[in-house]
Design a protein around this ligand. Sequence first.
Ligand code: FES
Ligand code: MG
Length: 599
Amino acid sequence: MKQRKPGSSEKKPKGKSLRSQLWFDNPDNPGMTALYLERYLNWGLTREELTSGKPIIGIAQTGSDLSPCNRHHLELASRVREGIRAAGGIAFEFPVHPIQETGKRPGAALDRNLAYLGLVEILYGYPLDGVVLMTGCDKTTPACIMAAATVNIPAIVLSGGPMLNGWDGERRIGSGMVVWQAREDHAAGKISYQQFIDLVANSAPSIGHCNTMGTASTMNALAEALGMSLPGCAAIPAPYRERGQIAYDTGVRAVEIVHEDLKPSDILTRKAFENTIIANSAIGGSTNAPIHINAIAKHIGVKLDITDWEKVGLDIPLLVNMQPAGFYLAEEYYRAGGLPAVMNELLKAKKIHADAITVNGKTMGENVKRAKIVNEDVIRPYKKPMKERAGFKVLHGNLFDSAVMKLSVISDEFRDRYLSNPKDPMAFEGRAVVFEGPEDYHHRIDDPKLKIDENTMLFIRGTGPIGYPGAAEVVNMQPPDYLIKKGILSLPCIGDGRQSGTSASPSILNASPEAAAGGGLAILKTGDRVRIDLNKGTADILISKAEFAERKATLEKQGGFKYPPSQTPWQEIQRGMVDQLGEGMVLKPAVKYQRVAQK
Ligand code: FES
Ligand code: MG
């Protein structure tokens, strides 16, 4: 890598080596150049604008009427354009395949890799020198960064920002999260259907993405922790004036990084990924983060695997007091200092790599060293955290090779019931009840024949990237209504799917390989005893090796684990080439394509 002084803005001689000149100023190929120019002039651009060395900056527009979480990017893009223009660039805005977490059947995660593929083709195939990635709702952020990583042209993330806080009278209600709470209240007969709907609607009072530390706030914070956005960008609520201002600054910076040739591969280093894992523990980030961050690492070619999440992140304390792991919501988190204040705590505690370069040309250390915590109840100082050891525990055993558990959301109720045996403090055993996907769970959970009690572990399978295309967010299963009414609000849940980043359930999830890819979950039977040991990091069905082998052989004889047929062409295509959740759920053939703009 070329040595670059942090913060320097050494410029390339203008008009010399912009990638877009291959399209618009290429005398070696006059026929194609004329054709390229002709159509891009027809909407009013001048030839001077396209050939005088002004960088052409794509604006990867993820907002649309189908994507409410990102819809305000349609307006925000005008501030980005003004920044690009002021810095001497030309803006080309284009649509990215929509990914709306709460709108897409059978699940938005199915489309992360589709949006990725589409964006790779756009960034590679069109005359773009750099790109602003307009991120927001959960999977829009990883999809965009994964594509920028593959193509490796200068790229900068502009988050859309969270919604304002949701309120039910004086009570804060967080988007996404309120659904889990309201479901319990509804199941227990405390609220009506209409109250349920109203409560959930009140959690979303403005434009923006989820106002909890769900997957959206997590992934945008982590984009900033990776160094891919301007410092302070992620936490600014969508309607605030600062959002428009940082959109302008992002546009300006997009032009500068083209002149500086500062590419994703300069920023997305192993150090940046380690900083990101550490940041995720401190913010109480989503269990979807390892999937998406590992995918970005795979596409940029940095070695990172699921065990790094425990090695690097487990011992980091929870600093951010925000739902689902805490109390507050997005506006308080922003006012308390947002990610820069969190990163500075981690910097002072010598937990992060200060010298990781970021997209503003400065190091992470330089960016955050003056950031202050404004409210120590919302962002805790490192020495007075919300919780110690708040990272992810990575488990393995005969059930799966890897699965994660988010320790920061283990409730006192859960800890008292399952993790307080003085002889065996971090382990528990139980009787398995197995569900074949979310529909089966919904049909049978209240069936008394299943004999579910507080010593039951709920299992769900057929919900991984192959079994349920894109992997369903279903592992956080509620106990049957009769147990909830008795005050048992959670049971251990284990599965090969995901769970929402807004869930406060300490499920064991993202099990890889999934049942449909030959994982041990496939041979589990209702009634089996299962042991989870959080000390050793193991999860095993308590059967002999011989019994395990015999069940596997029987399953194979029956043609393997069954899952429903694909409903669309993309479901079938992705199922044929997708990797497991522990591996980032990437498309296996895509990983070998790296730095494609340089080839
Ligand atoms: Fe889009 Fe939560 S549903 S961010
Ligand atoms: Mg989600």
